[in-house]
Design a protein around this ligand. Structure first.
Ligand SMILES: Cc1ncc(COP(=O)(O)O)c(C=O)c1O
Length: 427
């Protein structure tokens, strides 16, 4: 009787470990050695490994169903088109969007943000208007706005984050209140540095109450939080396929239909037109209006198995339990290390995802990353393409460790013990 609670805990842990082992079986890349050590892949915020079903479909389409989409009457082209459009339907379902017209394929989150910035700044702002950009954005959600604003005489303002990395709704409200030239707010769902789930629905509500459009960078958000663009009510939402178990070269732009219809095309070319003549060109209806040229139809089709897997793990209690244990272990253990700071630690720990950026006094992040690599542990160091927020915490970059649902608690513990070893060796 006395041992029952402990036995129960062990049983839960065993079940969790079993599920994660089953998941790992679906990812061939995880079963390799680097420098003679079993790979522990903890650079998932940069790119995730690919699911077996994704790899199989990629291979099948590249070797068999290889024909350009939307253009020919032959069977192979029709099949490739169907698979491409099935990818779109999978995205629509995954994001909870109303119609397929609202789902635009791009080459990645970066391309999607460039499209929105260029088209929206040109068409929905006048000189003197402003875009409010969160301080914790990836460069791909800063530079496109700077480029578009420079080109069209608009400007960029900054929404700073708090000392612990959280966005303050009060501060946002004050900024919007103080400046009625802000027309667009762009903010991450989860920062690739801070790993905090931002209150995106509240942010959207606040911005909309001031007539401000909201763009959400969901590159990390789709991986670690449930997304419903309808419930969130954002105007735009973007993500990249390769960060969610799909191949590189495919990304998604969700936009509200009425807005997308009111925006000019970003790129011109084949497939995005209705009729072309030298006296004037008319454009294809959504979504093709924004999909000029031959798209990466193989990668788009691969989004279907990738997002099906992502949905399954997102809704699995055992996987959630494993993620929670990893976050708890990382915070608990790392906070005890002298001179180590976790950059991005929300007051409510349930908002922390397993993306950890660390600054360690006296330890250069590149040295630590190189030593960990030799131990078989892949992590990231440097500016993480987010210089403004990283340089707020450190002038030599940070060490980033990011977990996926296929990472085990054992891998987490190994990382922590090896990091301690590295720190001891470097200090
Ligand atoms: C939050 C965030 N936004 C945007 C991007 C850009 O994604 P991509 O390089 O796939 O276009 C990244 C990539 O790291 C990211 O983490």
């Amino acid at each position: 009787m006395l041992f029952r609670p402990k036995t129960k805990v062990c049983l839960v842990l065993l079940q969790v470990m079993e599920i994660i082992e089953q998941i790992r079986e679906e990812f061939p890349a995880l079963h390799q050695q680097v420098w003679g050590k079993p790979l522990i892949y903890l650079d998932n915020a940069a790119t995730t490994q690919k699911h077996r079903k994704v790899l199989e479909l990629q291979e099948r389409m590249s070797s068999l169903t290889n024909a350009n989409i939307h253009r020919a009457l032959h069977k192979l082209s029709a099949d490739a088109t169907d698979m491409y459009e099935a990818g779109r339907e999978a995205v629509r379902l995954f994001l909870g969007a109303e119609s397929r017209e609202e789902i635009i394929f791009t080459s990645g989150a970066t391309a999607a943000l460039n499209l929105i910035a260029s088209s929206l700044v040109r068409s929905h702002m006048i000189p003197g208007d402003k875009v409010l950009v969160c301080e914790a954005e990836h460069h791909s959600n800063i530079v496109p706005w700077q480029l578009a604003c420079e080109a069209f005489g608009r400007s960029v303002e900054v929404l700073p984050v708090e000392e612990n990395g959280e966005i303050s709704l009060e501060r946002l409200s004050e900024l919007l209140e103080a400046d009625d030239r802000i027309r667009i707010l762009t903010v991450n769902h989860i920062s690739n540095v801070l790993g905090i789930i931002n209150p995106v629905a509240e942010i959207v509500r606040l911005a909309h109450s001031k007539g401000v459009l909201v763009v959400i960078d969901g590159a990390q958000g789709v991986v670690h939080d449930k997304v419903s663009v309808k419930e969130m009510d954002c105007d735009f939402y973007v993500f990249s396929g390769h960060k969610i178990y799909a191949p590189t070269g495919i990304g998604v732009l969700y936009g509200k239909r009425s807005l997308l219809e009111s925006m000019p095309p970003y790129m011109g070319g084949g497939d995005m037109v209705d009729s072309v003549s030298f006296s004037g060109t008319t454009y294809a209806p959504l979504p093709l209006k924004f999909e000029a040229g031959t798209p990466n139809f193989v990668a788009a089709a691969c989004l279907k198995p990738a997002l099906e897997f992502a949905t399954a793990v997102r809704d699995d209690v055992q996987v959630r339990e494993c993620e929670r244990r990893i976050v708890t272990a990382m915070v608990g253990e790392l906070q005890q290390l002298e001179g180590l700071r976790i950059c991005g630690l929300p007051q409510d720990l349930s908002l922390k995802t397993p993306i950890f950026s660390l600054s360690i006094e006296g330890v250069h992040p590149s040295d630590a990353a190189q030593m960990l690599d030799k131990m078989g542990i892949a992590v990231r160091s440097g500016l993480m393409c987010a210089e403004p927020i990283v340089s707020r915490f450190s002038d030599q970059g940070l060490l980033r460790v990011s977990f996926a649902p296929y990472n085990t608690i054992f891998e987490c513990e190994t990382f922590i013990s090896k990091l301690k070893l590295v720190i001891n060796m470097l200090l």
